[in-house]
Design a binder for this molecule. Structure first.
Ligand SMILES: [Zn+2]
Length: 263
């Protein structure tokens, strides 16, 4: 029977029509209340769930033969996580659509500042003045340039902070950071390459409370001792920064796209 052939190769047994089933194996959607999950079948062993900017689209990569009901149950069990990710993405999108207007809100090290835009025929600069964050640019500066000036300033703030944190934690952890980079990262707060002794930090961290940055720096430096997020890694984090859960949760409550690890 043709039907058997299809039902074996597909997780969907909701429809006995061969052509629809074939289409369903390529692209199925699960509807969970207000949330639609696109299911993409792949030749993989495990289920991967992702939430994508800018609108928080939810996609699940699933093994070709896994039953749709199993996938639905899995997605339901992950609903709190899905909602959390969607919320973060939408907040992040709101946060990045900046126009650099007077009295616009900007965050530096977890504190909220109102922006003051000053136009002057001098090289662009960002300063603190009377509790305001001042963006000083030449008259008629385009939005992209204003954004670049601010981004560069945030990167600079972070570079200085990271340099002193690395210096503080190297002797405590007994590791050496060969190089560190501060850059715009879309999906994580930081990363580490233990083989080269390199760590990377997301420049967005300059907007978060300093203790959140310290947690990420320590997290990435602990990867120099243990590359994976296994029990040894957790034990090391507990030993060197016993309240790391608190900082991680604090950071993850703030607008971000994704977290770099979940367990
Ligand atoms: Zn990690």
């Amino acid at each position: 029977m043709k039907w058997n052939v299809f039902s074996r190769s597909s997780s969907s047994n909701l429809n006995t029509d061969g052509s629809v089933l074939m289409a369903a194996t390529k692209n199925t959607t699960l509807t969970l209340g207000e949330i639609t999950v696109e299911v993409v079948r792949k030749d993989i062993k495990n289920v991967h769930l992702s939430v994508y900017p800018p609108m928080g689209a939810v996609r699940m990569s699933a093994p070709t033969r896994m039953n749709l009901q199993t996938l639905r149950a899995y997605a339901i069990s992950r609903l709190p996580w899905i909602r959390q990710q969607m919320r973060k993405i939408l907040e992040q999108e709101r946060e990045t659509s900046r126009e650099y207007l007077d009295r616009e809100t900007h965050y530096v090290w977890g504190s909220r500042y109102l922006l003051k835009l000053e136009e002057k025929e001098t090289p662009p600069v960002v300063l603190y003045k009377h509790n305001r964050l001042v963006l000083q640019v030449r008259p008629g500066t385009p939005l992209a340039k204003k954004h670049a000036v601010m981004a560069e300033w945030y990167r600079d703030q972070l570079k200085h902070a990271v340099a002193s944190l690395v210096e503080k934690w190297e002797p405590l952890l007994g590791v050496t950071v060969e190089r560190f980079f501060v850059q715009h990262m879309k999906t994580r707060w930081g990363s580490c390459n233990p083989a080269t002794g390199t760590i990377r930090l997301n420049s967005e961290l300059a907007k978060k409370p300093p203790e959140c940055l310290e947690y990420i720096v320590v997290h990435e430096m602990v990867h120099l001792l243990e590359p994976t997020h296994n029990q040894r890694f957790v034990a090391l984090m507990d030993r060197y920064m016993s309240d790391w859960h608190f900082y991680r949760d604090k950071l993850n409550r703030l607008p971000v796209r994704h977290e770099d690890w979940v367990y």
